[in-house]
Design a protein around this ligand. Structure first.
Ligand code: ADP
Ligand code: MG
Length: 266
C-alpha cells in the first residue's frame, strides 16, 4: 500500500454553525443600542427559540439574520456567508401570513419559486408536494379570504418551505391563532422539520410553545437587548401531544418562565 507507514492526519469533520452572531450590535440611526454584543451560535438542524420582553430586540435579531436590516457592529455568518449573500437559503415566516388576496393558495405558494426562476412544470410538481405536506391539497384553488387563520398560516409555511430553505426564521408565527390550532401547527412544524432538516430560529411569547418546539431557548434581556440565558431543552423527539403532559415538560416550562420573569423585572 502506498501510504503504509505514513501517519495520516486525523480528518475531522468540522461542522460550521448554521448561524453565528459575533458581538452583533444594532442601533437604528443614532438611537441607543437595541442589541448589544450578542454572541450566538446555532448548530445545523437546531431549533432555537428566542423569548424576552416586548421591545428587547427579538424581531430585530431575526431581521439582521435575514439580511433585511444592516448590523451596526460585529458579524453574522449564515453557513459561512453574509446575511445578504445567504438570502437564497433563508426563509422568513411572519405572524401575518402576508398572502396575496388575488392569488389562490397554489399561486401564492408558487410565487417564491417563480422568483427563483424555476421552470413551470417543476414549480407545479413542487407545489403539489408541499401542499400535501401541510395538508392543504383540498384548498389549493381557494383564495386566502376563504381560509381560516390556521389554514392561512399553513399556506405561509408551505410557501416558505417550497424553496427548500436551510434556515427558517419564524417571528411569532402562531401568536394570532387559538391554542388548539397553535398546538396542532407546532406538531406539524416538528414533523416537517424531520423531513426537511432545516435550522430554525423561532420568536415567541409562549413559554410552552418554545419548550415544545426547541432544542434550546435563548432568553433576551432588554435595554439594550442582550443574551441573558441559554437553556437547553432535552426532551426527547419525537415530541407529541403526550409530551405536553410529562413532568419533564412542565419542569422546563417552570425553569424558562422563571428565567423570563428574571429579565422582565430588571
Ligand atoms: P421585539 O421584537 O423584541 O418586541 P423589536 O426588535 O421589534 O423588539 O424592537 C426593539 C427596539 O427597537 C424597540 O425599542 C423598537 O422600538 C426599536 N425598533 C425596531 N424597529 C425599528 C426601526 N425600524 N426604527 C427604529 N427603531 C426600531
Ligand atoms: Mg417582535
Amino acid at each position: 500500500m502506498a501510504n503504509e507507514g505514513v501517519t495520516q492526519p486525523v480528518t475531522r469533520t468540522v461542522t460550521e454553525p448554521a448561524i453565528a452572531l459575533r458581538a452583533a450590535t444594532k442601533r437604528y440611526g443614532t438611537g441607543p443600542a437595541v442589541l448589544e454584543a450578542v454572541d450566538l451560535s446555532v448548530g445545523k438542524r437546531e431549533f432555537v427559540s428566542i423569548i424576552g420582553p416586548s421591545g428587547c430586540g427579538k424581531s430585530t435579531l431575526l431581521k439582521l439574520v435575514a439580511g433585511l436590516s444592516p448590523l451596526s457592529a460585529g458579524t453574522i455568518a449564515i453557513d459561512g456567508m453574509t446575511p445578504s449573500n445567504a438570502r437564497e437559503i433563508v426563509s422568513f415566516i411572519f405572524q401575518d401570513a402576508t398572502l396575496l388576496p388575488w392569488r389562490t393558495v397554489r399561486e401564492n405558494i408558487v410565487l417564491g419559486l417563480e422568483l427563483e426562476g424555476m421552470a413551470k412544470a417543476r414549480r407545479h410538481e413542487k407545489v403539489d408536494r408541499v401542499l400535501s405536506l401541510v395538508g392543504l391539497d383540498n384548498v389549493a384553488d381557494s383564495f386566502p379570504r376563504q381560509l381560516s387563520g390556521g389554514m392561512k398560516m399553513r399556506v405561509s409555511i408551505a410557501r416558505a418551505l417550497a424553496t427548500r430553505p436551510q434556515v427558517l426564521l419564524l417571528d411569532e408565527p402562531f401568536a394570532a391563532l387559538d391554542e388548539m390550532t397553535r398546538d396542532r401547527l407546532n406538531e406539524d412544524l416538528l414533523r416537517l422539520r424531520d423531513e426537511h432538516q432545516w435550522t430554525a430560529l423561532f420568536v415567541t411569547h409562549s413559554v410552552a410553545e418554545a419548550v415544545f418546539l426547541s432544542t434550546r431557548i435563548i432568553v433576551l434581556a432588554p435595554h439594550p437587548g442582550r443574551l441573558a440565558r441559554d437553556i437547553p431543552i432535552d426532551l426527547p423527539f419525537p415530541r407529541t401531544e403526550a409530551t405536553r403532559s410529562t413532568a419533564a415538560f412542565e419542569q422546563s416550562v417552570i425553569d424558562v418562565s422563571r428565567a423570563l420573569r428574571g429579565v422582565s423585572l430588571q
